[in-house]
Design a binder for this molecule. Sequence first.
Ligand SMILES: Cc1ncc(COP(=O)(O)O)c(C=O)c1O
Length: 358
Amino acid sequence: MSRVFNFCSGPAALPLEVLQEAQATLPDYQGSGMSLMECSHRGKEYMAVQAEAIANIRELLQLPEDYAVLLLQGGASAQFAMIPLNLLTPGSVADYTRSGTWAIKAIKEAKVVGKVHIAADCGDEIPTRVPRLDELKLTPGAAYVHITSNETISGAQWKSFPKTEAPLVADMSSDILSRPLDVTQFGLIYAGAQKNLGPSGVTLVIIRKDLAERVPDTVPIFFRYKTHLAEDMYNTPPCFSIYILMLVTRWMKKMGLANLHKQNVAKAARLYAAIDNSSGFYKGTAIPSCRSDMNITFRLPSEDLETQFGKEASAAGLKQLPGHRSVGGLRASIYNAFPPEGVDALLAFMQEFQRKNG
Ligand SMILES: Cc1ncc(COP(=O)(O)O)c(C=O)c1O
């Protein structure tokens, strides 16, 4: 078996031991004679998996009782719609921070539902960044304040969060559980699983339970949070994705969130140091105070060199380094499960590439 270093922004690298465990249980899950994929979602095997997945998340984030954990479908994109459908009630306004591609998508969807106020706008700036806390212009009485905690494409990340009167809602798709978090600062957190939590197909939503009660009854039942908060499972969940998420969160508990955070900061710092010490050959695209620990974005002196870098890196087993198709450049996505040895390999490759082409 030969595993590459996978820098994909999502679906992203998973811990090898999780893949091996899933492989071992694939044809016969715990003596059931069936794969978990074939088990009823209301049977004891799957019910135990889902309960452990939720318990692991609760433990990792030390969630208080008044927060619920939902495992939904539709990706983070479905949450762009579900959040305003549930919380942006008629006559109210939601504050959104416009920090890049993902925030812009969230804003576009919210505008379909109701009134949106842009509380800060740095979405088109280069170098990229997220808003400073002191530039937020919040609406008194807003329904909620929406932020994108890590802009996966631009590589800019909130390092601390605003204290808001209105419930704070965060898209944490690309940095959920990469660092310790005080969830009580937030009304709602959501994240597609396919970066830090597991495979695609499941979306984590953490919601303060009282917020689920706001929903107008014009919203279809399926799209109400309170439908999914109810004890009984409303419909068939993405069982196998949740199984892998359960294994990933079990792995996270073993590693410890504080240790993973320390490792994440160290991995990112080494790459940023290499960029900063390259005499301008490599240029970071986010301003230093907002540099993401998850998505390290950088440019080379020309687009031709960037293409060459991506091709040669791929041939050397360093996969998926080209940046998002909308912005170009390069991007190393190094979520929790991305091993420090992969960063070593990229650093060596960068040094050699500069020596040959600088
Ligand atoms: C920050 C952020 N939000 C939202 C999305 C969209 O997620 P999904 O594809 O799960 O809808 C992504 C996907 O990369 C993302 O990085």
